[in-house]
Every structure is written in structure tokens, then in C-alpha cells.
Design a protein around this ligand. Structure first.
Ligand SMILES: C[S@@+](CC[C@H](N)C(=O)[O-])C[C@H]1O[C@@H](n2cnc3c(N)ncnc32)[C@H](O)[C@@H]1O
Length: 309
């Protein structure tokens, strides 16, 4: 048991080690985020930037810069576009899009982190038969687990208290810290993290570790061949929360069908609007992308400051 890594160690090596999943693989080849679902998501980001008069967009955990490419097409030359990920700049990225290995110390603009936090590795803990919370270790080759040393950190007691034998938690402290590090860089602007998550009243009793490979959910084995993810404890993050459904509606992304008479007057326009309506329906769907949580942390906008944790 002692020789097995903890979940956080194994997960980190599997995704971000020298030959880790995200160093080799294009995220879009393995799962579909709102960015891949429809360019309407980029339309919403453009509307959000315009609403706050922000002219820079920094995309944290940008994958291969897909969102920025869409923004460049939607509003050529309007925004300074900056991507950040763990890979070098993709060779096919439009030259106007900047790429940084490190986030700037100060960012004036809109910072977006879509489905980034769920990929930040966590410690995983489980209550043993005697009621002691223990770190879970895992075999990276097989996914077999073993309970290790007792675990007692303030985050657990505050944000995911456990009691029943067999129940588990994913410790979100590293995610809170990484998000706080992004937020503290924002001078005048708005940081938005978007992810699937849970709050104190609805934690998943057995945790939410999941793996994806080539568009399918697969066994959770941290061997570097697949994405490993866990839902985000969104209430421990700095910022205010809203659902993607509410956020997109407020930005004008609506799934209203165009009136039928438009089909005769302007068939091409009608089909385009119908496509947009169905894409909007997917992005705002209950039980789907619409349930994602937007965590918003504004700085210097209308005198507002981020909510304290
Ligand atoms: C699930 S993908 C999301 C990609 C894109 N944002 C989208 O919505 O399609 C998560 C991305 O976050 C990146 N990532 C994870 N940790 C990172 C870090 N510390 N710094 C930069 N990028 C990171 C991964 O490499 C991966 O490309």
C-alpha cells in the first residue's frame, strides 16, 4: 500500500507528467465541452466582454485555443486574445492569438476558465470501517485502490464533512488555491470559471471521479491514456455563482424557435436561426450543459469586489 501513490500524485502524473494525457492529447478528441458544442458559447463570451467594456480575453486551460479562434472569427480585431495551457502554442493557431506559458501578473480583461478546474488533481479520501478518514492510494496501472494514512485537513471539515464508512470526498483545496491565483491577477475585469459541480447540500456520497477517452466514459484508471476528472466543489471557490442556463439567457442566448413564416420569406436565415435555437437549447439544457455553474469574480467593475471565501 505504502508504495502506491495517492490519487492526487497518480492523477497529476497521468495528466501532466512528462508524457501525460494533456501533454499529448487534444482535449476535443476525447470529450465535448460547451466550446465544441457550438460557437454560440463564444458569442456569449463576446457579449460578456462587451457588457463590461473589456477588450482582452485570456482563456485559461484553453485546450488548443478553440474558443479564442471562434472569438477571432466573430469579432476580427476587436479583442486581444490570449491562450494559456500546458502545451506549446499549437502550430495552426491564427497568428493574432497570443499564447503564454505563464499567466501575466496583472490581467485587465475577461478571464475564462471553461472546464479547467475539474481537471486539477485532488486528494481522494474515504472513511474506513472504524470511522477514520483515510487518504486513498491507487495503482496507476490498474486503478485498484488501498486506504492509507489518516487524513485531517481543515478543507474537509469545512466543505465536505464525512462520517459514514465507505463515503468519500475529493479535496478541493488545490482547486481553490489555483482559482484564487487566477483571480488575484485580475486588475480591472472579470474572471469566470465554468464547470460541473456540487455544493455542500449535495455532495456525491461516493465522490465523482470519472474518466473519458475518445468520447466515451471509461474505467477510472490513472494510466495516462484517458482524461481523469472530478466535479468541482463550487461553493468553496472565490466568487458568486449562477447556472450556465441563467448566465446564457442573460447574455441573449435563447432557444426560442424562429417564427414559421420566416421559412418562406428567408429560408436560409430561418435555417440559421433554427440551428442557433437548437444549439442554445443544448448549451442551456437541464440535466446537461445548462446545469454547469459559472463562478464569477469581478474586480474593479462597478466598484464590486469578489466575495470572500
Ligand atoms: C477539459 S480541457 C478544457 C479545454 C477548453 N477550455 C474547452 O473548454 O474546450 C482542460 C484544459 O485545461 C488544461 N490545464 C489543466 N491544468 C492546467 C494548468 N495548470 N495550466 C494551464 N492549463 C491547464 C489542460 O491541459 C486542458 O487543455
Amino acid at each position: 500500500m505504502a508504495e502506491l501513490p495517492t490519487w492526487r500524485e497518480a492523477w497529476t502524473a497521468a495528466l501532466y507528467g512528462p508524457d501525460g494525457f494533456y501533454r499529448r492529447e487534444r482535449p476535443g478528441a476525447h470529450f465535448r465541452t460547451s466550446v465544441h458544442a457550438s460557437p454560440l458559447f463564444a458569442t456569449a463570451m463576446l457579449a460578456l466582454a462587451r457588457r463590461h467594456d473589456l477588450t482582452t480575453v485570456v482563456d485559461v486551460g484553453t485546450g488548443r485555443g478553440e474558443l479564442l479562434g471562434q472569438l477571432d472569427e466573430l469579432a476580427p480585431g476587436e479583442l486581444r486574445l490570449v491562450g494559456h495551457d500546458v502545451v506549446p502554442r499549437p502550430s495552426d493557431l491564427p497568428p493574432r492569438i497570443e499564447w503564454v506559458d505563464r499567466l501575466p501578473d496583472r490581467i485587465d480583461g475577461l478571464v475564462v476558465a471553461n472546464e479547467w478546474l475539474d481537471d486539477i488533481p485532488c486528494d481522494v479520501v474515504e472513511v474506513d470501517d472504524a470511522g477514520t478518514v483515510r487518504l486513498v492510494h491507487v495503482d496507476p496501472a490498474t486503478g485498484e485502490e488501498a486506504l492509507g494514512e489518516p487524513f485531517d485537513e481543515p478543507w474537509l471539515n469545512s466543505w465536505w464533512p464525512l462520517a459514514e464508512p465507505g463515503t468519500r470526498a475529493e479535496i478541493g483545496a488545490a482547486r481553490d488555491d489555483d482559482w484564487a491565483d487566477v483571480v488575484r491577477r485580475v486588475g480591472d475585469g472579470l474572471a469566470v470559471a465554468i464547470d460541473y459541480g456540487h455544493t455542500l447540500d449535495r455532495r456525491p456520497a461516493l465522490g465523482s471521479l470519472t474518466a473519458y477517452q475518445h468520447g466515451r466514459e471509461v474505467d477510472v484508471i490513472p494510466d495516462g491514456s484517458r482524461d481523469i476528472t472530478a466535479h468541482v466543489a463550487v461553493d468553496s471557490l472565490i466568487g458568486t455563482r449562477t447556472t450556465q442556463r441563467e448566465a446564457l439567457h442573460s447574455l441573449g442566448i435563447l432557444s426560442t424557435r424562429p417564427p414559421l413564416d420566416r421559412a418562406h420569406a428567408d429560408p436560409a436565415g430561418y435555417v440559421r436561426e433554427l440551428n442557433d435555437a437548437s444549439a442554445a437549447a443544448e448549451l442551456t439544457a437541464r440535466g446537461g450543459l445548462g446545469d454547469f455553474i459559472w463562478i464569477m469574480s469581478p474586480h474593479g467593475l462597478d466598484g464590486r469586489a469578489p466575495a470572500a471565501r
